[in-house]
Design a protein around this ligand. Sequence first.
Ligand code: HEM
Length: 359
Amino acid sequence: MGNGMGQAPQGNPSYVERWARGPQPTPGFAACQELSQAVFDVAVLGGDGSQARAAELQQLMASLAVGFQTPPLELPFTDYGKAVAARNALGRLAQQSMSRCRAAASAASDPSPDCAVADLLTAAAAASPPLPDSLLVDNLVAAFFGNASTGPSLAKVLQHLAEGEGGGEAVMERLRREQQEVIARHGTDLTAEALDDMPYGAAVAREALRITPAVPAVFRVALVDFELQARRIPKGWRVWCHLGDSVLSYNKDTFVPDRWLQPASQPAAAAAAAAANGGGCPAHAHAGASGAARPEYSIPFGSGVRTCLGRHLVFSELLLVLAVLARGYAWEAVTPGERWRVVPAPAPSNGLLVNLRRL
Ligand code: HEM
């Protein structure tokens, strides 16, 4: 993602501040979606991250998502037709971003553009043979689609912290203390160094992603025959690998960020056996004797060569939001325990209304 995140800290507080100044309760889910689109605009497309751009991107995302699982009947009034139109509009935005970056790069007076598209153009030109623009546009649309998971993940963090599901005020207190230490060491700017120096914030983000992975499963093809929990999977089968408890609901266990700060004392095999006893889900591997999480069992961004390209951007974004909130805001959920649907896309049943105020 290049160094595009360097621009996000300036954009991020103003979004949160605007929510706090606006009428309460704040629709937390929509607000998080808007923020995630603004960050994508700045960090990936090199846009201005304005509210208007974020709204435009979110509208395109909504049209794209609705057409995702519909019959491929491409007429202007069908969901599929609207999704194709949204995809084409996104393609145009990607193309505009590429033209902007190229123009800025060739104008000696301009600073070089600071976004993922600029890095992509450099890499594409250096490839042999150089990659065509059409391929870059396709990949930017894929990245945009990937970003649809970011808003729900931000909102889930907000909910975990607002509700006290084993977290709440005690977790917030520790986040606030950590931010005071971060400010003492790094000053008030949310630099990359400051973000790297928030172990507790990182544990909170990891825990939210572990319990509530926004992508419930990934597809794989079995390359060899193998057995998993007494079931034989023949070579060539398509396998749907759950990233959480189930693809229909979120994990039900407790929000305990501390599990990420404890050393994993048991061997992987013992942890896997404990997981099998605790419901058969690898995400339960922490349930062994030590209570510590094993990072290799929590894979909200997938793994291997097709792992999520946006994972560092997402993680930085989660840390930024946690830092900004912990430094100056308090909030509570209007509907504690609000339930979420997971398919076709994660969303809270009532928009995750929160009362947000400046401290
Ligand atoms: C919380 C937010 C996100 C989650 C949970 C998430 C999760 C995932 C998962 C599980 C995969 C499949 C990995 C695999 O098959 O092993 C994936 C792929 C991908 N993601 Fe994300 N993602 C998120 C945000 C983003 C963002 C912000 C971007 C781009 C800026 C992005 C870009 C991509 C791309 C391009 C792929 C396809 C990679 C490939 O097939 O080579 N994602 N993501």
